[in-house]
Write a protein that binds this ligand. Structure first.
Ligand code: ASP
Ligand code: MG
Length: 417
C-alpha cells in the first residue's frame, strides 16, 4: 500500500472550518487506499493564540534573552497543540488517527537550537502505527537530539519535516497544502495576471524559494530531491491539481516546456536591499579578503557579489546596511551605499545554455524605462537589482517579456505553434 505525506500550513489549521477541509483531504487519500501521514504547522499567524510568533512574543515580553534551547521547547508546543486538535478533527470525521511529536516520529537532529538540521529519521514507530491502519499526525518543525533535547528546524520548518518523512517512508508524493492553489508565475499582489505553474523542476522551485518566493522551504525541496520524491503544492480550500514538482527529465527526455524553449518559469523578487560599492583603485588586493572577512565576522551575508580589478560591488539586506558601512569604514576604505533597492529574478531550467535570454531581459527593462543597477546569474536564473520604486514595473515587464502573461506576444506565438 502506498504512503502519502500531507502537510498543512498554519492557515489550513487555524479554524475548525479549515480543519474540516483538512479532514476531507485526508479522507480522500485514505479512501483511495493510501497510508497517510499528516504533518501540521502551528495554528495561524502572529496574533493567533498558539502561532509560533505569538509564542516567541510571549517569552520575550517577560525576558528578552530566552536561550535558544528553551525557546525551542516553547515554540515546539505550537505544532504539538495543532497536531492534537487536527487529530481530534480527523477522529470526529471517523478517521482513525493518532499523534506523534517530531521526536516520537523519529526525527533526530543536531543540537543547533532554532535551526537544527535533521541527521536521520528513524521511522519504525511511525510505520508500526501506519500498518495498524491509523493516520499518523506528526507535529511539524521539530525534532530531538541524540541526548533528548527538543529542537526546531528553522522558520517554515514543517515543510522540512514533511519532506524528510516522505524520503524516510518512501512516500509516493509529499503534498504541501497551503492557502494558494500552487506555485505562481509571480507574486499575484504584483502581477494580478500571474498563473499557477502546473509542473516544474526541483531546481526551479529551489531557486525561486532562495530568490524570494515564499511557497515552500528550500531545505524541504533539497531533501525531497535527493530521493526523487515528488512534491505537490495544493490549496486546502479549492479543488485544483496545484503544482507538481519533480525532476525535469523523464525517461532521459526533457519535458515539453523545456523543449519548446520556454526559458523562464517564474519571476521572483526580494525587496529592501542595499547595494555596496567600492572602487578597487582605492583598495589594495590583500584588503579584499579582509573586507569580506570583517563583514562575515559581524554576521553580514552578502549576495550578488562582484569582484573585479576595477570595482567591488555586492548586495546586503537593508537592515544591515548601516552595520556594513561602519565595518567597511573601520578598515579605512571608502564605500558608497545605495539603499532602497530590490532584486528581481527570472528562474527557469529552460534557460540553461539558451542564447538570447539576457538580451530579452535587458530589452524589457529598457522598454519599461528601468535602469538595471547590477546583475548576477546561475545556469537557471538571472537576477537584476533595481530601485525599489521600479520593483512592481520590473516584475510585470519580465513576466510579460518571457511569455508568462496570457496576453503576451510570446504566449500567442506558442498557442499558434
Ligand atoms: N510554525 C513554524 C513557523 O512559523 C513552522 C512552519 O509553519 O512551517 O515557522
Ligand atoms: Mg510555511
Amino acid at each position: 500500500m502506498g504512503i502519502i505525506v500531507q502537510k498543512f500550513g498554519g492557515t489550513s489549521v487555524v479554524t475548525q472550518e479549515a480543519r474540516c477541509r483538512v479532514a476531507e483531504h485526508v479522507a480522500s487519500a485514505v479512501n483511495s487506499g493510501k497510508q497517510c501521514v499528516v504533518v501540521v504547522s502551528a495554528m495561524g499567524r502572529a496574533g493567533d493564540p498558539y502561532a509560533t510568533d505569538t509564542l516567541i512574543n510571549l517569552a520575550r515580553q517577560v525576558y528578552e534573552d530566552t536561550s535558544a534551547r528553551e525557546m525551542d521547547l516553547l515554540i515546539s508546543c505550537g505544532e504539538i497543540i495543532s497536531s492534537v486538535i487536527v487529530a481530534n478533527t480527523l477522529k470526529a470525521h471517523g478517521i482513525d488517527s493518532m499523534v506523534l511529536s517530531g521526536g516520537q516520529a523519529g526525527i533526530i537532529t543536531d543540537s543547533n537550537f532554532g535551526n537544527a538540521q535533521i541527521i536521520r529519521v528513524e521511522p519504525d514507530h511511525l510505520l508500526r502505527h501506519l500498518s495498524e491502519g491509523k493516520v499518523v499526525v506528526v507535529a511539524g518543525f521539530q525534532g530531538v537530539t541524540e541526548s533528548g533535547d527538543i529542537t526546531t528546524l528553522g522558520r517554515g520548518g514543517s515543510d522540512t519535516t514533511a519532506a524528510a518523512l516522505g524520503v524516510a517512508l518512501g512516500a509516493e508524493v509529499v503534498e504541501i497544502y497551503t492557502d494558494v492553489d500552487g506555485v505562481k508565475t509571480a507574486d499575484p499582489r504584483l502581477v494580478p495576471d500571474a498563473s499557477t505553474i502546473d509542473r516544474m523542476s526541483y531546481e526551479e522551485i529551489c531557486q525561486m524559494a532562495h530568490e524570494g518566493a515564499r511557497v515552500i522551504h528550500p531545505r524541504a525541496v533539497e531533501i525531497a530531491m535527493r530521493r526523487n520524491v515528488p512534491l505537490r503544492v495544493k490549496c486546502t480550500f479549492k479543488e485544483s491539481p496545484g503544482t507538481l514538482i519533480t525532476y525535469s527529465f523523464e525517461a532521459g527526455r526533457p519535458w515539453p516546456s523545456v523543449r519548446n524553449g520556454r526559458p523562464v518559469t517564474a519571476v521572483t523578487h526580494i525587496p529592501n536591499l542595499a547595494r555596496v560599492k567600492l572602487l578597487t583603485s582605492e583598495i589594495p588586493q590583500e584588503l579584499e579578503f579582509e573586507l569580506f572577512r570583517s563583514l562575515a565576522d559581524v554576521g553580514i551575508s552578502v549576495d550578488m557579489i562582484n569582484v573585479s580589478p576595477e570595482a567591488i560591488a555586492f548586495v546586503v539586506s537593508e537592515s544591515v546596511a548601516d552595520r556594513a558601512e561602519r565595518t567597511i569604514r573601520a578598515l579605512g576604505l571608502e564605500v558608497s551605499i545605495c539603499r532602497g533597492c530590490a532584486k528581481v529574478s527570472i528562474v527557469g531550467s529552460g534557460m540553461r545554455g539558451l542564447p538570447g535570454v539576457m538580451a530579452r531581459l535587458l530589452q524589457a527593462m529598457k522598454d519599461a524605462g528601468i535602469r538595471v543597477l547590477q546583475t548576477a546569474d546561475s545556469h537557471v536564473t538571472i537576477s537584476c537589482l533595481v530601485k525599489i520604486e521600479n520593483l512592481e514595473l520590473a516584475v510585470r515587464a519580465l513576466h510579460s517579456a518571457f511569455g508568462l502573461d496570457n496576453k503576451s506576444p510570446l504566449a500567442e506565438e506558442k498557442k499558434g505553434e
